[in-house]
Write a protein that binds this ligand. Structure first.
Ligand code: SF4
Ligand code: SF4
Length: 316
């Protein structure tokens, strides 16, 4: 716990430990963060707050989860922009979004075959780096390359607030709630225990000039995000009706038809519509960062009055 004394000291001072996790939908990311939040708040010492940025996504889309842990009630509800711990469950996500955005140094928990030093160099990270080969361990113990249980083990190594047995108990309960058969519950436990032994750690100071290769999303200042079109009302109820994998969003405005109505900006649940100030229109939309968190929920397609958004098959 010597390594973690600084981060744990925050709890004694009344602050929270803030964690942000990124990965692909289908990687089990949401499940392990729920488990961890549940486990740490069981003993009555800690309280936790955990929520996915966008809970229901088509397989393969990037998903982000936030977790705050404190010693008292947690009242703040905003997204975590300066995390103490960044978790990367799917390595490829790290090439698509700045999973380390807002961190100068800190704790990183990463699913990768690479060593802490190699991955730190690749993403230009400074701090305490924990890695685990989650895909390989998932294949070995669970029969498919699902990394979440190994990442949970690496998280336990990075932030040992509770005992391994307490965390395993919570993991088993989560599995039961999801109606996993006993053999899968046992496989999860074996995977977790073996993963604990395989977690690698290094303290990386970095090199001069290291910077995150991807800029963090800057936000929309005063604009609210997350309006809902008729697609998500109780009448149509298409909350989870996203496009299948293999399709992507396209924005095209060769005739400058965007009228600046801002409906797409307001309705996009992920806040990834790009725009620029415009003298007459106020704003003019220039595209969408669709390789980031786009769920192809079709809100922008639905609301754009001049039909500038569409979807197409990848590679078409
Ligand atoms: S489909 Fe449009 S509204 Fe939906 S997440 Fe993608 S960019 Fe945002
Ligand atoms: S909804 Fe269409 S017209 Fe309105 S701001 Fe967005 S792109 Fe422009």
């Amino acid at each position: 716990m010597v390594l973690q004394s600084g981060i744990l000291g925050r709890l004694e001072e009344g602050a929270t430990i803030d964690l942000r996790a990124d990965g692909k939908a289908g990687s089990g990311l949401v499940m392990i963060l729920q488990t961890f939040a549940d486990a740490v708040s069981r003993g009555g010492i800690y309280q936790s707050q955990e929520w996915p940025f966008f809970s229901s996504a088509r397989k393969g889309a990037n998903v982000r989860v936030f977790l705050r842990i404190g010693k008292g009630p947690i009242h703040v509800t905003c997204q975590i922009e300066r995390p103490d711990i960044a978790v990367l469950v799917t390595e490829r996500t790290g090439t698509e979004i700045d999973f380390a955005g807002g961190m100068s140094d800190g704790f990183y928990v990463i699913n990768t075959e690479r060593s802490p030093l190699e991955i730190a160099k690749s993403f230009q990270l400074r701090g305490e780096i924990f890695t685990v080969a989650g895909d390989r361990l998932g294949q070995e113990f669970l029969g498919r390359p699902i990394p979440n249980i190994s990442v949970l083990a690496a998280l336990q190594k990075a932030l040992p607030l509770i005992s391994v047995e307490q965390l395993l108990e919570a993991l088993t309960e989560t599995g039961r709630k999801r109606r996993l058969a006993d053999r899968y519950l046992l496989a999860n436990q074996s995977c977790f225990r073996s993963s604990l032994k395989e977690v690698r750690h290094a303290t990386v100071l970095g090199e001069e000039g290291w910077t995150h290769p991807l800029p963090a999303f800057a936000g929309y200042r005063g604009y609210p995000i997350g309006g809902q079109s008729r697609l998500r009302t109780s009448l149509t109820n298409q909350t989870a009706n996203y496009a299948p994998p293999g399709r992507r969003l396209v924005f095209s405005d060769p005739l400058d038809r965007c009228n600046g109505c801002s409906l797409c900006i307001f309705n996009c649940p992920e806040g990834i519509i790009e725009f620029e100030p415009h003298e007459k229109l106020g704003v003019r939309v220039t595209g969408a960062k669709s390789n980031q968190f786009c769920k192809l929920c079709r809100e922008c397609i639905e609301v754009c009055p001049v039909e500038l958004f569409s979807e197409m098959r990848e590679g078409a």
